[in-house]
Design a protein around this ligand. Sequence first.
Ligand SMILES: Nc1ncnc2c1ncn2[C@@H]1O[C@H](COP(=O)(O)OP(=O)(O)OP(=O)(O)O)[C@@H](O)[C@H]1O
Ligand SMILES: [Mg+2]
Length: 419
Amino acid sequence: MTLALPGTLGIDFGTSNSAMAWAAPGGTARLIPLEGETTAMPTAVFYNSEDLSTHFGRDAVAHYLEGTEGRLMRSLKSLLGSPLLLETTVVNNQQVSFQDIIATFLATLRERATQALGAAPTRVVMGRPVHFVDDDPERDALAQASLLQAAQAVGFTDVTFQLEPIAAALDYERRLNKESTVLVVDLGGGTSDFTVVRLGPERMAQADRSQDILATTGVHIGGTDFDHKLSLEQVMPLLGYRHIGPEGREVPSRIFFDLSIWHLINWLYQPRAIAQAQALWTNYTDVRLHQRLMRVLQERLGHHLAHEVEQAKIRCSQTDADAVMDLSYVEAMLSAPMTAAAMQEHLHSLLARTVACARECVQRAHLGHGPLDAIYLTGGSSALRPFQRALQAEFAGVPLVEGDLFGGVASGLAYSSRN
Ligand SMILES: Nc1ncnc2c1ncn2[C@@H]1O[C@H](COP(=O)(O)OP(=O)(O)OP(=O)(O)O)[C@@H](O)[C@H]1O
Ligand SMILES: [Mg+2]
């Protein structure tokens, strides 16, 4: 017999990390341990081709980085709404679609929730960004439908959706002791979402909060875009990006773009792509750069590079100090700097677009009767110092409040359906 658990499971299926929280009716949400005691886990699946096992989260990333033969899947959420979602790929001798891989990941989340709660959860609220896909409502609706389908396929029967920034706001609201108008900022791996919302202890009890949501905006920019840009600027030139060949022309740049986008890297390891890369050598004046490129492709080091860039970004972002990426596995003694100044410069235009989206949200909210009381930050990328500076410059004098960067959305989702 399956016990029906009264309460709500919030699932934050993120581009980079996923988290879950459980709230009993009227109770406080608690985050569910997913890997040991850790409550956020990378949205990653590793198919081990040595023993045909499947791994998830940190375990998946670790296997991959240790050099186990197999395939690592990340940034799966970015494929929702794209035709690539239904494209199949061979992993462990099976033909699977990316939609199936998302379902496999969700099945693991369901198992771990069941284990932590002692029974299978029934009522589920899943998060969704304001836009899965920018400026294309049809593909956006398709993205949500595909995620729903994957959730249902693994046994989540009662699933509703809530906007991720609204979930973040509901979590923050519990800390407030007076009514406040807040700009909630959720800067994650794939999307930046903004919401102006009225929050307060008296409002919390109301079932329908739609009147309190004054505006929402979102843009498809997140930490993976920062990584892409930083990789292009700081690492790819070492492999020939913008390198001028003997005929005075730059090396064709497509390969460097693909090599700095996590979910495109795998395609470059196919024999045809390797042959095309090999043929690029005539475009190089300095063949050493081409040798590095070929080593990265032949030794399948692309994800290592991407991981290295992301880690350097995080180190540099937290301390504002310079970091160095060790690339000696590509060529002896090779390294690349990641400086605070480089981050500021290369991320400037992405951050300006992100802040413009925040500005638009506040404009749309028509705050006639007073300014913002606070800006509430959630999502891993909101820790980025250059972003915080740009936001503070735009909204001078409004206090920035850092929330639970990796768990706030999941908790808010668990609070989203209380009846
Ligand atoms: N200290 C840090 N400084 C800057 N960026 C960081 C920091 N810590 C994590 N990140 C970045 O945050 C991103 C992940 O954030 P988060 O887990 O909130 O995203 P997500 O929920 O998976 O994505 P989304 O909400 O867009 O689907 C990654 O791109 C990661 O590199
Ligand atoms: Mg998120």
